[in-house]
Design a protein around this ligand. Structure first.
Ligand SMILES: *Cc1c(COP(=O)(O)O)cnc(C)c1O
Length: 472
């Protein structure tokens, strides 16, 4: 019998299959980019599960091509210019290739020795992003596995800066709370729950008609908590909010936080990428006054998931979040060192995801990111203006980012009609969009993530919606 390991680790075999895979992916991408393939080949969860159960029970294969093709056929096509769904990046091909390199090397990153190139690359990338955000060289940060984990890490850092819960356990000196927009991403509330704040420790600040935090209420809300003996230790600003992509007034919020010694965390998972654009960076004016800022590379920066940067205004804060002894990994826990990334991140083993963004920077420069933001943001504005002239549609807001919520407005029960339209679109599959509810009204929601999307595709969507609405 042939040794299974010499088969699994045969470099010649890898080369052959690798070439075949690149051919397959390129063919796939060619038809997807042309918009010839459905953006989503919708199938119910039950049917999908049945397919894969059956698949694994069929005979084993020596060539994975057919398997990979099945996965491609059964997945959402983010590279379709008719993909306007969730805020997941449409990966640039060079970043995908970088991902393959990092997967093959699998350097764990937690300690310097296990990710020498990766840790240094990460620091170069983080320093560059921090600089673009306007931070001084006192700033530091790292890459972590996703915005949700990044938000949790930021809240832990904020708490460590004002309380001893990390060391003493959940007996804080004082009741603790955070202030956060009622429009924040759910991961912020989840992180607050994980660190034990409970419902009463999450103070939701109402938003105005533009879905931005009402800064005029901050002092009043804070005083009420302070009078009750509650210590607000952190405030979270949205850049931008999830539902409609609205930017909070970071500058004003920063002044408020400064007055009361509150940690300001800016959740810029989606929208902090505007720091790369001369034209749109005004949207995050004051971002450098945040104590921490989160930016997902896998949202607006064309890198495959997961890759999130978390930047701290002060190096010390970045170090102390997870202060812990782990003698088998590191000798001196307190040393200020960038190269043992596991000291500062939640993860122990961590993917070398920095290579993906670094590759894009090295090959295309910062201009790639400014062009991306400017193209997708401008298109959302253009589409909003277009819809304003169509009497069977209405927009929910003027877009500040590349997210736009709108609805079809012919008929009696608009919620029912728009729910129907979204479901019909999903089952049709040519376009992929999502939906959201604002003030109890159902809206269709698009994120223009694909830089190959043009107005013609959006006009096609409008036409499709009309057709589906007429078929009801
Ligand atoms: C996507 C998003 C998150 C969560 O990030 P993941 O990388 O998906 O975990 C958090 N906040 C905002 C504003 C987001 O858009």
């Amino acid at each position: 019998m042939e040794d299974i390991f010499s088969k699994v680790f045969d470099p010649v075999d890898f080369q052959r299959k690798g070439h075949a895979l690149i051919d397959l992916l390129s063919e796939h991408i060619t038809s997807v980019v042309n918009g010839k393939v459905k953006a989503i080949p919708w199938e119910s969860p039950e049917k999908q599960l049945e397919f894969w159960k059956r698949d694994l029970n069929e005979r084993q294969v020596t060539d994975p091509t057919c398997l990979f093709k099945n996965v491609m056929d059964r997945s959402v096509k983010l590279h379709s210019p008719k993909y306007f769904g969730h805020q997941t990046s449409v990966p640039a091909f060079d970043a995908v290739l970088a991902g393959l390199v990092s997967e093959l090397l699998n350097n764990g990153m937690g300690v310097y020795e296990m990710g020498m190139a990766g840790n240094a690359i990460e620091k170069v990338v983080i320093d560059l992003v921090a600089h673009k955000m306007g931070f001084s060289n006192q700033a530091a940060g790292f890459i972590t596995s996703g915005g949700s984990l990044g938000n949790l890490t930021a809240l832990l850092a904020a708490r460590a800066a004002s309380s001893k819960v990390w060391t003493n356990g959940s007996r804080p000196e004082q009741d603790l709370a955070i202030m956060v927009s009622e429009q924040a991403h759910y991961s912020v509330y989840r992180a607050a729950k994980i660190i034990g704040l409970g419902e009463q420790g999450i103070i939701k600040v109402p938003v105005d008609d533009n879905h931005k935090i009402r800064c005029d209420l901050l002092e009043q809300i804070y005083s009420k908590q302070a009078d009750a003996g509650v210590k607000v230790f952190c405030m979270i600003a949205c850049a931008a909010s999830t539902a409609i992509g609205a930017y909070d007034d970071i500058e004003t919020i920063a002044k408020f936080c400064d007055r009361h010694d509150i940690w300001l965390h800016t959740d810029g998972a989606h929208g902090a990428a505007v720091v790369f654009s001369q034209k749109y960076k005004e949207l995050v004016k004051g971002i450098e006054q945040s104590d921490s800022v989160l930016l997902d590379f896998h949202k607006m920066m064309m890198t495959p998931s997961l890759s999130t940067s978390l930047i701290f205004r002060s190096k010390e804060s970045a170090m102390h979040t997870f202060s812990q002894q782990a003698h088998y990994l590191w000798n001196d826990q307190q040393a200020d060192e960038w190269y043992n990334s596991g000291k500062r991140t939640f993860e122990c083993t961590k993917a070398m995801s920095s290579l993906k963004i670094y590759t894009l920077l090295k090959m295309h420069g910062l201009e790639l990111f400014s062009s991306y933001v400017e193209k997708t943001y401008a298109l959302a504005r253009e589409f909003a203006i277009f819809l304003n002239f169509e009497n069977d549609f209405e927009i929910a807001h003027t877009p500040e980012s590349n997210v736009l919520c709108f609805r079809y407005k012919k008929g009696n029960d608009l919620n029912q009609i728009n729910n129907y339209i979204r479901q019909a679109l999903l089952e049709d599959g040519e376009f992929y969009i999502v939906q959201t509810t604002l003030n109890e009204n159902v809206y269709l929601r698009i994120s223009l993530m694909n830089p190959l999307t043009e107005m013609s595709h959006l006009r096609g969507l409008v036409q499709k919606i009309r057709e589906l609405a007429n078929l009801r």
